[in-house]
Design a protein around this ligand. Structure first.
Ligand code: NAD
Ligand code: MG
Length: 390
């Protein structure tokens, strides 16, 4: 039986993970559940899944969590803060890294160092710390299985769980993108977009940050950087293809001309079930793919002029060093400000571009370098917002 810790248990990926786990009580038990601030939701999950440990990241809520766990008569131990997240990340043998943003970096690295099977949803961690995360995995002796549907698809299309292009005869990776809710629109049509419109994704139900990233195409940009690290692909080997139906989750083209794809309904439980049970296959609760009903699948090039975040991500990848960390930090600030209605939709890419220009990239020699770059970029982005948009 596998014991699973879920970091980001109250989120969209957390819920899908627990849905799959609940279908297989003979295969999985929950070791730890961690959330940011939603105490009541976390207590309800503890009542249902009886983990050994519950962690609330914001320490101000620890007492409230402790009281509610106690009055519910649960035997779950309680912890908080970064220490608590690390403890959750090193509990059990499998860790679902599903915290959103740079906030997930420390615990994702801790799980990798501890030799866990890391189910990586927290793409921002690999964007920030690609080389260090791979080194931590090598040191820890564990394994990483991607949860991002595109990277999970690529993993499935590569030979026998060998998540590396080197020596596999791969020509390139085709990363599919839905194009988000604004596919086909001009820049002029995007000027007055609201957070509600940006978060209404046509195919996937997700957290607010990744929904906005999908609308700007930054999500695909982050995924290009993610594919570079997870599969050892050069930027030239990664091509983005817009595929509005979100049925083909990505493709791998081999040197002999074969192109392998993974298809399925857009439901994250497929990737989660695949990664939880790998190399076995288990029921995920996902509906059968009805190709007759779907009828046609469409593919087109991304509109890089309208959705400039994609090129900014390629540029940050080419620049190397802390540039992807700066890109990610500026994007987190920009998306936060857009969701708070202090930054217009089209200014998201402008802010990221200005921040990349303002903060020099330096080589990554330690996690401290990354944390410093993240903080410097956030401060620079906030300054630019105050100067240009307030
Ligand atoms: P979400 O907003 O629904 O959930 C985020 C989770 O992270 C919540 O449980 C929240 O409590 C926790 N969290 C937030 N800030 C935290 C902090 N400072 N400390 C500790 N915990 C914190 O987000 P989501 O859609 O589930 O996405 C989670 C991650 O998975 C993101 O990195 C996203 O890019 C990635 N991802 C999501 C999907 C999807 O379909 N939702 C698909 C691919 C990748
Ligand atoms: Mg994805």
């Amino acid at each position: 039986m596998r014991s699973v810790s879920i970091l980001g248990a109250t989120g969209s990926i957390g819920a899908s993970s627990l849905d799959v786990i609940a279908r297989h009580p003979q295969l999985f038990r929950v070791a730890a559940l961690a959330a940011h601030r939603k105490v009541d939701e976390l207590v309800a999950l503890c009542a249902r899944f009886s983990p050994d440990l519950a962690v609330i990241a914001d320490a101000a809520f620890e007492q409230s969590l402790r009281d509610k766990i106690q009055s519910a008569g649960l035997g779950t131990r309680v912890a908080s803060g970064n220490e608590g997240l690390r403890e959750a990340a090193t509990s059990g043998d499998t860790v679902v890294a599903a915290i959103v943003g740079a906030a997930g970096l420390d615990s994702t690295l801790a799980a990798a160092r501890a030799g866990k099977r890391v189910l990586l949803a927290n793409k921002e961690a690999v964007v920030m710390a690609g080389a260090l995360l791979l080194e931590a995995l090598r040191h820890g002796g564990g394994e990483l299985i991607p949860i991002d549907s595109e990277h999970n698809a690529i993993f499935q299309c590569l030979p026998g769980g060998r998540p590396d292009l080197a020596g596999a005869g791969v020509r390139r990776i085709l990363l599919t993108a839905s194009g988000g809710p604004f596919r086909g629109r001009t820049r002029a049509q995007l000027a007055a977009i609201t957070p509600e419109q940006a978060c209404a994704h046509p195919n996937w139900v997700m957290g607010r940050k990744i929904s906005v990233d999908s609308a700007t195409l930054m999500n695909k940009g982050l995924e290009v950087i993610e594919a570079h690290w997870l599969f050892g692909a050069t930027p030239a080997q990664i091509e983005v293809v817009v595929h509005g139906e979100s049925i083909v989750h990505s493709l791998v083209e081999y040197v002999d001309g074969s192109v392998l794809a993974q298809l399925g309904n857009p439901d994250m439980r497929t990737a989660l079930a695949h990664a939880l049970a790998w190399p076995e296959r288990i029921e995920a609760g996902v509906a059968t793919l009805d190709l007759m009903k779907i009828g046609q699948l469409h593919f087109e090039a991304p509109d890089r002029q309208t959705f400039r975040c994609l090129d900014l991500a390629y540029q940050a990848l080419a620049a190397g060093g802390t540039a992807p960390t700066i890109l990610n930090a500026a994007n987190e600030v920009a998306v936060g400000a857009f969701l708070e209605r202090t930054l217009p939709f089209l200014a998201i890419s402008e802010l990221i571009e200005s921040t990349l220009a303002a903060v020099p990239s330096v080589p990554v020699d330690s996690v401290d370098t990354l944390i410093h770059a993240d903080l410097t970029a956030r401060n620079a982005a906030q300054r630019i917002i105050r100067r240009a948009f307030c």
